[in-house]
Design a protein around this ligand. Structure first.
Ligand code: UDP
Ligand code: MG
Length: 140
């Protein structure tokens, strides 16, 4: 089934010049970039985006990190895009991520793990809407 999912390349990965390498991993894995933009979250918008984690001990640090610099947000499209994207990213903790995954290659630690990906159809739809208007998404 063709799906769409939201990708975020997180601030430290943007700052380290990894945009091209990371987008290439998505494309090599069969995902199409159908929308993309460089943007920046305010601390307030970061707290809104990660609201599901607001009771977790890492929430404050995570929101500070995610608003610390520019991020690249993209909509990825393809067969089973949500699961495929998460496979290409690897486990949340880079130390536990499989070889060849983005987080294993470029994640620094469990917080600064280079990328975000939606975890299901409902969150994907909500997260895409959080960043993009319908007319900013272009399937080829
Ligand atoms: N995170 C963290 N400490 C943890 C778990 C998660 O700082 O112990 C951060 C990390 O940046 C992660 C984000 O919170 O990507 C969201 O956590 P989630 O459990 O949703 O992991 P993901 O879906 O990103 O793999
Ligand atoms: Mg998650």
């Amino acid at each position: 089934m063709v799906e769409r999912t939201l990708s975020i390349i997180k601030p430290d990965a943007v700052a380290r010049g990894l945009l091209g390498d990371i987008l290439k991993k998505f494309q090599s894995g069969g995902l199409k970039v159908v929308a993309t933009k460089l943007t920046r979250l305010t601390p307030e918008r970061a707290r809104e985006f990660y609201a599901v984690h607001k009771e977790r001990p890492f929430f404050g640090g995570l929101c500070e990190y995610m608003s610390s610099g520019p991020i690249l947000v993209s909509v990825l499209e393809g067969d089973n895009a949500i699961t495929k994207h998460r496979e290409i990213m690897g486990a949340t903790d880079p130390a536990k991520a499989a070889p060849g995954t983005i987080r294993r290659e470029w994640g620094k630690d469990v917080e600064k793990n280079a990328v975000h990906g939606s975890d299901g159809p409902e969150t994907a739809a909500a997260e895409i809407k959080f960043f993009f208007k319908p007319d900013e998404i272009h399937s080829s």
